[in-house]
Ligand binder design. Sequence first.
Ligand SMILES: Nc1ncnc2c1ncn2[C@@H]1O[C@H](COP(=O)(O)OP(=O)(O)OP(=O)(O)O)[C@@H](O)[C@H]1O
Ligand SMILES: O=c1ccn([C@@H]2O[C@H](COP(=O)(O)O)[C@@H](O)[C@H]2O)c(=O)[nH]1
Ligand SMILES: [Mg+2]
Length: 218
Amino acid sequence: IIVSVDTPDNSSRLLRRAMSSGDAVRLYDVVFVLGPPGSGKGTQCARIQENLGFVHLSAGDLLRAERQRAGSEFGELIETHIKNGSIVPVEITCKLLENAMIASGTAAKGFLIDGFPRNQNNLDGWVREMGAKTKVHFVLYLSAELEICVDRCLNRGQGRTDDNVESIQKRITTYNNQTFPIIQHYEQLGLVREIKCGTKTPDQVYAEVAQVFGNAGL
Ligand SMILES: Nc1ncnc2c1ncn2[C@@H]1O[C@H](COP(=O)(O)OP(=O)(O)OP(=O)(O)O)[C@@H](O)[C@H]1O
Ligand SMILES: O=c1ccn([C@@H]2O[C@H](COP(=O)(O)O)[C@@H](O)[C@H]2O)c(=O)[nH]1
Ligand SMILES: [Mg+2]
C-alpha cells in the first residue's frame, strides 16, 4: 500500500488508518455540512476550520470560482443553475471537490464539505467517485426556520446573484424537495448531528458545534 504523506505527524496518522482499514486505504476524513440556504453553514465552517484544523470546502464557492475562471467550459451552465437554485451535475462538483482536496495536501485533519451532497445525483456520484477514498464521519445539519434564512440571505451583502427573493424561493424549493431527503437518508444511517440555529448567535451555535466534534473524537 502506498500512502502519500507530507509530514511525520500525518505519516503516522495515515499509516495507522491504512493499517486499520483492511484492504481499502481511506485517505480523507470528511464531515458534510448541510442545512437550508442562509442557515449559517459557511459561518460555522470558518470557525471549525480556524479552531479544529479542518479544511473548509464550500461546494457553492468552488462552483462560483469555476464560473469565474477564464476559459471554463462550465461557466454559463453553473450560473444558470445558481440563479435557478438548481443543482449542477455531480461530475462537475465532485471533480472540483476532489481537486481542492488534493490541492490541500495531507496536512488537514479532515475536510468540511459545505453544501454537498445536495440531491440523489450528488450522493450517487460521490459514492461512485469518492466512496472508497473517504470516510464520512457524520453530517452536521444546521437547521433554522426558513423565514429567518430568507432574511439572512437578503441581508448578507456579498453580491451573490442568487440572494434575491426569486432565486431564494427556488433554492428553498430545491432544498425541501431534493436536499432534505439526503439529510433523511443519513439520519436513517444514524449519522446526522442536528443543531438548531435559528434564534442562536454564531457563538452559541459554535459552542454546540464544538461539542459535536468533541463527541466524535475529532
Ligand atoms: N447564528 C447567526 N445569527 C445571525 N446571523 C447569522 C448567523 N449565522 C450566520 N449569520 C449570517 O447569515 C448570513 C448567511 O450565513 P452563511 O453565509 O454562513 O449561510 P450559509 O448556510 O452558508 O448560506 P448559503 O447556503 O446560502 O451559502 C450571513 O450574513 C451570516 O453573517
Ligand atoms: O453541491 C452543490 C453546491 C451548490 N450548488 C449550486 O450553488 C448554489 C449556491 O450554493 P451555496 O451552498 O448556497 O453557496 C446552489 O443554490 C446551487 O445552485 C450546486 O449545484 N451543487
Ligand atoms: Mg454558504
